[in-house]
Design a protein around this ligand. Structure first.
Ligand code: TYD
Length: 202
């Protein structure tokens, strides 16, 4: 089993990258499970409907709601997939709470504390892109923008992600050219699988 998390601000291309990676790994005969947060659990749906549409006070509600969804996700989806020996490609995990809710002004130590009983993945890949380019992409998609897709907030999110990546040693990939990004991410994942004895390089 191998557990890979893709993180990054809205609009950097996490979903597209994951679907390309799923295709390439599946072609190699590797069993892949794709999952994301917020989840499709009743709680995840509530988060999407309620929290993402309007500003809720205090911001601690966000941290706790996303984290509750995450503990549910870990226990009911992530852990079972890993124990079936699958390669798990996951969009967003605890760094999303630390970074987004940290960017809302919450204390990072407290955010780390509520994530304490969630294990670390094998690899966290941070997709990075300048905020100006992110905003262009969000406009192209015609996204009306949830409460987290505002320019100043995206700046804080990007900076905090990059700081966390330096501190925690995440792999940072520049997300401008999707084909190149796919090639690079795939290479790192195949190396990881090889190290774990899960595949042979051709
Ligand atoms: P997003 O990945 O955009 O989900 P979808 O594309 O399925 O709607 O996540 C929704 C928003 O929630 C996004 O702006 C990031 C934010 N978010 C947090 O603030 N904290 C978290 O812990 C998570 C998982 C997401």
């Amino acid at each position: 089993m191998a557990w890979i998390v893709i993180e990054g601000p809205d609009g950097v291309g996490k979903t597209t990258l994951i679907s390309l990676l799923r295709g390439s790994l599946t072609e190699k005969g590797i069993k892949v499970c794709v999952t994301s947060e917020p989840t499709n659990s009743p709680l995840g749906k509530l988060i999407r409907e309620w929290l993402l549409k309007q500003k809720i006070e205090p911001p601690h509600v966000y941290a706790l709601a996303f984290s509750a969804d995450r503990y549910y996700h870990y226990h009911n989806v992530i852990k079972p997939a890993l124990s079936r020996g699958e390669v798990l490609l996951q969009e967003r995990y605890k760094e999303s709470t630390i970074v987004y809710q940290g960017a809302m002004g919450l204390d990072l130590e407290w955010l780390e504390l509520i994530c304490r009983y969630l294990p670390d993945p094998d690899l966290t890949i941070l997709l990075d892109l300048e905020v100006g380019k992110i905003i262009q992409r969000l406009k192209l998609r015609g996204e009306s923008g949830d409460i987290f897709e505002k320019k100043d907030f995206l700046h804080r999110v990007r900076e905090l992600y990059l700081r966390r990546a330096r501190e925690k040693g995440f792999l940072v990939l520049y997300a401008e050219d999707l084909e190149k990004l796919h090639r690079q991410a795939l290479q790192y994942i195949l190396t990881l699988l090889e190290e774990k004895g899960l595949t042979r390089r051709r």
